[in-house]
Design a protein around this ligand. Structure first.
Ligand SMILES: [Zn+2]
Length: 508
């Protein structure tokens, strides 16, 4: 519920912050490599050895998760992890900002806030108070394709949190005065994180341009003019339409036995009748307007210290593009621009010295994803000159591919990042829930390492060329300090002050 942006997630991406250096969601792509090798987690001296280890580990299921669907349609997934006596419990509703009615942007996130306002059985803030009194932490977040609620708590308190979550799945009681007060909270949240921050405001406008026509183009927090008109009726209607057992996925990771969790789930969630009947096939959103030529947004704004450049390509839905092919795209994008050892960074920052930052990431989603390349000019370099240099670098990569050792390093790092993510029960639950809520299957999560281990350079380049080839349309964004033009040399700023654009998609 607090305002803390993090990148959009889809598929097997653990929740890595894009903002962490150079990037990327490719990092996030690494799922759940869970069961993977400790050898990978350490700084591996040899990529070849680590890759071999990864391949060997890849043969075992990533998580060994168990799942069950209750009679009312609610899905329960359990990942046992007995290293610590804790549990992460999450409820994922398969509804998000991209499912909002016309002109009601922000209602999914507003309802998320209101879910903490009490039910018939627990009044006011009793929910969070009970969790805290029992030594736990709880929160929630809203994205385009899902809304999730979670508690991290001692494993022996799982029955408490399951009772509480089951209670508010259909028992929410909204008092008119609470909705009014909370709307002001959300409006203030928007003001502080977006309206007062030129980078975020630009990112919002850029996203609207990239996804023109698709609801991914609207901000999760809502457009200001629509947000301020939301009311209790909107919240109740959205809640009744979308919060019910068959729309929910409960993920429990930690020191529990699967059979115990299934029994508890049946005793709590299992008692709720399913009235609406969730149907994934009915979640049809309008397609984004195809990118033709180069759609462009250039803005100079007060409060911007240094110029930045970004370009996006739309990636077709995974079921159209191909799920394996999407993974190849993810790996190759990461190889191309996921770190300071990637060719994009090496060439633009280290060799040519025209940029202080350069990278690429792929942000997948349930519907169309986007592949973004970004860069920030070195002092004295104009945006026009930078853009030409990026264009040449990309053309060379598309023509020649990336070196085999670059690809192997990316693969190893992707697998290793998933191992780190597996170290925490909450990030494990996060990966599973986000993947399932955006159309992945448990089976594909379990076998992800095998597929990543098997992706060839040719497959990666084929996917990359399909998305970024010369025939493909693009969207380009340029953000400049006030008064600066695209042909003006960039002012000197500390490179550390330059943060890569986030694939902004989640609001707490
Ligand atoms: Zn919020």
């Amino acid at each position: 519920m607090s305002a803390s942006p993090s990148p959009a997630r889809r598929g097997l991406r653990p929740g890595r912050l894009v903002a962490s250096l150079l990037v990327t969601s490719a990092l996030m792509a690494a799922p759940v490599l869970l069961a993977a090798a400790p050898a990978l987690a350490a700084t591996s001296p040899s990529i070849a050895a680590a890759t071999a280890t990864a391949a060997a580990e890849a043969a075992t299921p990533l998580l060994g998760a168990k799942s069950r669907v209750l009679e009312n349609g609610l899905t329960v997934v359990v990942v046992e992890d007995h290293r610590m006596p804790v549990v992460s419990h999450m409820v994922w509703y398969r509804v998000g900002a991209a499912d909002e009615p016309a002109r009601r942007s922000g209602i999914a996130h507003f309802l998320e806030h209101l879910m903490f306002k009490g039910t018939e059985q627990t009044s006011g803030d009793e929910f969070s108070r009970l969790i805290a009194e029992n030594g736990g932490r709880d929160n929630a977040f809203t994205s385009y394709d899902y809304t999730a609620y979670y508690q991290n708590i001692a494993a022996d308190r799982l029955d408490l949190v399951m009772r509480l979550e089951a209670d508010r799945m259909t028992g929410l009681r909204l008092r008119p005065e609470d909705t009014k007060t909370e709307l002001q909270v959300v409006i203030e949240e928007r003001r502080s994180r977006t309206d007062n921050d030129p980078q975020t405001r630009f990112g919002e406008a850029y996203r609207a341009m990239v996804y023109a026509g698709h609801p991914y183009g609207r901000p999760v927090i809502g457009w200001p003019d629509e947000l301020k008109t939301l009311d209790r009726d909107d919240a109740v209607a959205f809640y009744k339409a979308h919060y019910h057992p068959s729309a929910a996925i409960v993920v429990v990771a930690g020191d529990v036995r699967a059979e115990d969790v299934f029994r508890l789930a049946a005793e709590t969630y299992g008692r709720i009748p399913d009235t609406a009947g969730f149907d994934e096939a009915k979640r049809v959103r309008p397609a984004p307007a195809p990118l033709v030529g180069d759609r462009r947004l250039v803005q100079d704004a007060a409060g911007v210290a240094s110029p930045s450049w970004r370009r996006s390509w739309l990636v077709p839905r995974a079921d159209v593009f191909g799920r394996d092919r999407e993974e190849a795209l993810d790996l190759m994008t990461f190889a191309m621009g996921g770190s300071s050892t990637s060719p994009l960074y090496r060439r633009l920052v280290v060799d040519e010295g025209v940029a202080v930052q350069a990278g690429a990431y792929y942000a997948g989603a349930r519907d169309e994803g986007q592949l973004m390349v970004y860069a920030a000019p070195a002092p004295g370099v104009s945006i026009t000159r930078l853009e030409a240099a990026v264009g040449r670098a990309l053309a060379d990569i598309l023509k020649q591919g990336v070196a085999p050792d670059v690809l192997e390093r990316a693969r190893t790092r992707m697998l290793a990042d998933a191992v780190y993510a597996r170290d925490s029960v909450s990030s494990t639950a996060n990966m599973v829930g986000a993947a399932l809520a955006t159309g992945e299957t448990l089976e594909r999560i379990e076998t992800w390492p095998q597929r990543v281990a098997a992706i060839t350079g040719d497959q990666g380049m084929e996917a990359l060329r399909a998305v970024m080839g010369p025939d493909q349309g693009t969207a380009t964004g340029v953000l400049l300090p006030e008064g600066l033009g695209v042909d003006d040399p960039a002012p000197a700023v500390a490179a550390t002050a330059v943060t890569p654009p986030s694939s902004e998609g989640t609001v707490h």
